[in-house]
Design a binder for this molecule. Structure first.
Ligand code: FAD
Length: 384
């Protein structure tokens, strides 16, 4: 029995999904892992990995056509899991590109937008970001203040966005703005005059990820850069459902990395004349990690089945995102403690994961927001 997959869920995956998983796992172990601790310390996304991520053929994994692989939900899940085993920043890069940029183009875009952008985004020859959150409150996106006003054939975009992953790396920003007809989505290109991305520094979390503020000073966006199928807030929320699904899986990866580190460390570290792993209290703490990880994996797996069957409810995604990120955060903190002083440097990953997960627990809907989504689903009352 594998401690990281105690109930053997991996055996339920198709051969194709397992091949995807092992390919991404190899990339993470051989190419990404050697760079990630340094990237975290330096506060930079490891951009040299971008062409390699493109070559893996995993971007826009669920999209059919346009150079995308058209894989199922479980394949997207294991991609996120393996990437986040490396670092939440690495998984965030792929989540944003796949779920928050390629998904809205594939779902709400015109044929011309799909044909132009999706193949480039799939190969990572173009990078995208997703601008929904604004400084005045990410939990209440309906209150967004960025405005787009139609002037002749162009939209004039004014406002700003905050906490945008891949913001300074992006060639393309999917930006959500208020119009006279309600919220609409726009494809804002890097070189459009009046558009500026500014890196956010001094982060203590998700350091190996590019996080930026975006500014729009009367940016003129042609009508053909508006996503024609996106009407109202439900469009960006549908993108978030995709990304949250991936996060529910990604959290398993961070937890696995911490559990593997702790098992390795406590088996060989001797105190009071025996390995730490041979003491009852340490075993209980490790067993608790295995219990929490196993339950979270069952949730993620069932969520994947529901997604493939087209039966996924956003409330189910909320419950899994909330549960699984909380699970990973608690395992990462426990793992850090079990490493003692050794746990505070970048030599071991648990503290890096724990710090990253402080962002993951907040972005894509805080725990409170997901609790309220589940509360509404089961009581019928909207308490937002
Ligand atoms: C590293 C990072 C990357 C990000 N990447 C992106 C991105 O790529 N694109 C994007 O658009 N956004 C992104 N975000 C933004 C993220 O989604 C928001 O930070 C998140 O939605 C929370 O919004 P906020 O930070 O404004 O907090 P707030 O909304 O101000 O919330 C503050 C606190 O109030 C609580 N709260 C809110 N409403 C209620 C309520 N009704 N009842 C009780 N408590 C409540 C919250 O749970 C939270 O604890 C990112 C954030 C981070 C940190």
């Amino acid at each position: 029995m594998s401690p990281e997959d105690f109930y053997g869920i991996g055996a339920e995956l198709t051969e194709e999904d397992r091949l995807v998983q092992s390919t991404v796992a190899r990339f993470v172990d051989e190419r990404a892992a050697p760079l990630l601790p340094r990237a975290f310390e330096e506060g930079d996304f490891p951009v040299t990995l971008i062409p390699e991520i493109g070559a893996l053929g995993i971007l826009g994994s669920s999209i059919h056509g346009y150079g995308c692989p058209g894989l199922g939900a479980l394949a997207y899940g294991v991609i996120c899991e393996e990437l986040e085993r490396g670092d939440s920043g690495l998984r965030s890069f792929v989540s944003v590109q796949s779920s928050l940029v390629m998904y809205p183009i594939a779902t709400y875009g015109s044929e011309a937008q799909k044909a132009h952008w999706l193949p480039k985004l799939a190969r990572a020859e173009a990078i995208g970001c997703f601008g929904l959150t604004e400084a005045q409150g990410g939990s209440d996106p309906a209150a967004l203040e960025t405005r787009a006003r139609l002037d002749g054939g162009n939209w004039i975009l004014t406002g700003s966005k905050m906490w945008i992953t891949n913001g300074t790396l992006a060639d393309l920003a999917v930006v959500w703005a208020q119009t006279d007809q309600g919220i609409r989505g726009f494809l804002v290109e890097k070189d459009m005059p009046g558009f500026r991305a500014q890196a956010i520094h001094h982060k203590l979390s998700l350091r190996a990820s590019d996080t930026a503020a975006l500014f729009f000073d009367r940016v003129s966006v042609p009508e053909h850069n508006r996503l024609p199928g996106a009407q109202g807030l439900k469009a960006p929320l549908s993108c978030l459902t995709q990304a949250r699904y991936g996060i529910a899986w990604g959290a398993l990866g961070a937890a696995r990395s911490c559990l593997a580190t702790v098992l390795d460390y406590t088996r060989t570290r001797e105190l009071f004349g025996r390995p730490l792993a041979a003491t009852q209290t340490v075993q209980r703490r490790i067993a608790e990690m295995v219990r929490a990880l196993t339950l979270a994996r069952l949730l993620a797996f069932r969520l994947g089945q529901l997604k493939d069957q087209g039966k996924l409810d956003p409330g189910q995604v909320s419950l899994a995102k909330w549960n699984n990120v909380r699970m990973a955060l608690e395992i990462a903190r426990e793992a850090r403690d079990l490493l003692g002083g050794a746990g505070i440097t970048t030599e071991f990953p648990p503290l890096r994961h724990a710090l990253n997960l402080e962002s993951v627990v907040t972005y894509e809907g805080t725990e409170t927001i997901h609790e309220l989504v589940v509360g509404k689903a089961v009581t019928g009352f909207d308490a937002f």
